[in-house]
Ligand binder design. Sequence first.
Ligand code: SF4
Length: 61
Amino acid sequence: MKKVSIQPGCISCGSCQFICPLVFEVTDHSRVLSGADLSMNAEKIKEAALKCPVKVIIYEE
Ligand code: SF4
């Protein structure tokens, strides 16, 4: 996995961090942790993107 980003519109529900805490950190909004191993966590990132209620997690494989 090459890239993960959060588009505007995150409602800070915490779901992505719960599913994949090694990649996502949710404070006032979700962000991708710098240095996160995207390839190692690819399946969890996809699951987080699928379950994001507002569909703002975008990834490039
Ligand atoms: S799952 Fe989506 S809405 Fe919820 S904190 Fe993560 S990016 Fe934001």
